[in-house]
Write a new protein. Structure first.
Length: 409
């Protein structure tokens, strides 16, 4: 079996305890932030995933040195002096665009390949460009890259038309070393924004309001290296919790700040699971002893509502439910790429534009399916555990971008 394929013989139940890996979406902007100041940084609980490898490739291209020992990552940015990055890392993932804010903050100049990642929609970077432009950044679109420069970064009052996580991160990174105050309205409120702000404050930045719609940044003259612990990955946690629901399992997750899960515990309860939260111990447990219940209607939305990154796993769970469910995707227009793959396994799902109708009552069977993006690939693994017989999942390289040892080697 090749590295890009995974075989699963079902049905199997997800049971036991798991220490949840570090957050991909928190670690990547922290790595970008390291370019803001010279020094030696240490990240603990850093996930061992290919997206981190790709970001380290870009930092190395900029002149940094990196060394990973298990889940501890050491990055030396003292040699970072290149503002033109030509490595393939940025073309492999979306998060490379956050290097714009940090490179502009430190070097006042940046040239990056256009960002890549999963094919889940157009994902334009217009919001990033507009917001950074208000701080004094100018842009040039070149054939294969985006070039940005600024003679001086100055604080500004900025309003985002949509609470984009990436645009919020880029504003925080650029504003940290800008002259004067930046007031960001319509900011993303995701836990990853709170984590990045905490990391920047550890570096000496002055930031208030992270986790609310309005964030205030008072620019400082210089920052310094820092040591930080990456929070656990709420999307990985949600994937395994939904997998336990699908397989009739019993699962306890450790080291998961329950507040980071938003409305997910309520959704798990609506699906029919027994849910136990221990906020003081950062634990959540689920036990599923009945047939999955249908959810009449649910739409994806920014935190704290239901995340688009868990929509595929929820769709797979609802294919087993007693009755029809309706899911609306309001974040990305191409998030239903899992639908034809679930149909191969026996699911009855119909989609039109941003709405999916899941009939439910399916008996999933093994099949050869293909992951076309990160979260859909993880959801197919959960579905294969539920299905009768042998499944072969291709496209595991997508899954390895965000899930650490999901097959349990």
């Amino acid at each position: 079996m090749g590295e890009d394929r995974l075989e699963i013989v079902g049905p199997q139940r997800i049971c036991g305890e798991l220490l949840v890996q570090g957050s991909k979406n928190a670690a990547l902007p922290m790595l970008a932030a390291m370019l803001l100041a010279e020094g030696v940084y240490i990240l603990h609980h850093c996930p061992q995933i290919t997206d981190v490898d790709h970001m380290l490739e870009l930092l190395t291209d900029a002149g940094c040195r990196a060394h990973q020992e298990g889940h501890m990552l050491i990055v030396d940015t003292r040699g970072a002096d290149r503002c033109r990055l030509e490595g393939s890392g940025a073309g492999k993932m979306r998060a490379g665009v956050t290097l714009l804010g940090s490179m502009l903050g430190r070097m006042r100049e940046a040239e990056l390949p256009y960002p890549g990642g999963c094919t889940i929609g157009k994902r334009p970077i217009d919001l990033h460009i507009q917001a950074l432009g208000q701080l004094g950044v100018r842009f040039e679109h070149r054939e294969h890259s985006l070039y940005a420069y600024a003679d001086q970064l100055r604080g500004a009052d900025i309003t985002l038309d949509f609470p984009s996580v990436g645009a919020t991160e880029n504003v925080l990174l650029a504003a940290a070393l800008a002259e004067g105050r930046t007031l960001l309205h319509g900011a993303a409120q995701e836990p990853e924004i709170v984590a990045l702000s905490g990391f920047l404050r550890k570096m000496g930045a002055h930031i208030e309001g992270a986790g609310t719609p309005v964030i205030r940044v008072e620019g400082v003259e210089r920052l310094h290296a820092a040591e930080y612990i990456v929070p656990s990955d709420r999307i990985v946690a949600g994937t395994y919790l939904l997998g336990a629901v699908m397989t009739g399992g019993e699962l306890r997750l450790l080291h998961v700040p329950t507040a980071h899960l938003g409305i997910l515990p309520r959704i798990l309860t609506e699906l029919g699971a027994e849910v136990s939260l221990k906020e003081e111990r950062n634990e959540i447990a689920v036990k599923m002893e009945r047939k999955v219940r249908a959810i009449p209607y649910l739409a994806t939305a920014p935190f704290p509502d239901f995340p688009t990154d868990l929509q595929s796993a929820l769709m797979a769970a609802l294919s087993l439910a007693s009755g029809p469910s309706f899911l609306e995707e309001k974040i990305f227009e191409a998030r239903f790429q899992i639908v034809p793959e679930l149909r191969k396994m026996g699911a009855r799902i119909y989609e039109e534009d941003s709405l999916a109708v899941i009939e439910g009552d399916a008996r999933l069977h093994g099949a050869q399916v293909c992951a076309r993006e990160l979260r859909g690939g993880a959801a197919l693994i959960m579905a294969a555990l539920t299905a009768e017989g042998r499944s072969e999942i291709r496209g595991m390289d997508f899954v390895k971008r965000g899930y650490e040892d999901i097959q349990g080697d």
